[in-house]
Design a protein around this ligand. Sequence first.
Ligand SMILES: Cc1cc2nc3c(=O)[nH]c(=O)nc-3n(C[C@H](O)[C@H](O)[C@H](O)COP(=O)(O)O)c2cc1C
Length: 219
Amino acid sequence: MARIVLGVTGSVAAIRTPNLYHALREAGHDVRVVATSTALYFFEPADLEPTVTKEGDTLPAGPVIRDSDEWPAVGYRMGEPVVHIELRRWADVLIVAPLDANTLAKFALGISDNTLTCVFRAWDFTRPVILAPAMNTMMWESPVTHRHLSQIIDDRGTCKPAERWPLDEASEVFAECAPGIVLVPPQAKKLACGDFGVGAMAEVPAIAEAVRRMFETAE
Ligand SMILES: Cc1cc2nc3c(=O)[nH]c(=O)nc-3n(C[C@H](O)[C@H](O)[C@H](O)COP(=O)(O)O)c2cc1C
């Protein structure tokens, strides 16, 4: 069905990457994972099916693409593919799940210091993006989160939300003002750090459902 770049960042919720990857594959999607270096502490790339490469592929074999694929030990030669641009050309959808506080901040500010942030910065926003934040409750409820989400809406939205929109309505605010970006909100539960509150990444079926609904709408 769709060609999906699944961005994974350094949240403990990245342990769910194999589950999310398999859910998307079972739904018939072609998936390439772009992992930040810290994301790789939380899951084992060997737990994902190897990508079948086809003649003429300009993407690294994957299924997990790392910064070392963008910056291999041997130097760049003119004419070689640029990995983050090839990923943007290839993909129909960008999912970032989990989206941690650090990468959210980078997305909001336009920082492009790894493959995933370069994909987001170079993204063609006529194609959909799904963001599934995951962070400690105090991080999620910080005014910084509100500022960074607002910045993304301001830069990519089609209307301006009310001045101080409530964070627990982030998903609805994106749907209204930045419909090309689906925010799958974090859930309340006991977090890996022992705190209880909102911040845990949405469950894998909720993220897979957001993808399904996207294509239902597109049909
Ligand atoms: C065990 C552990 C769990 C973490 N979980 C989260 C998390 O759920 N959300 C978050 O925003 N940061 C979390 N962090 C902090 C990020 O890993 C850290 O900000 C890192 O620099 C993120 O890098 P990245 O955005 O490039 O992946 C965690 C760190 C550790 C050591």
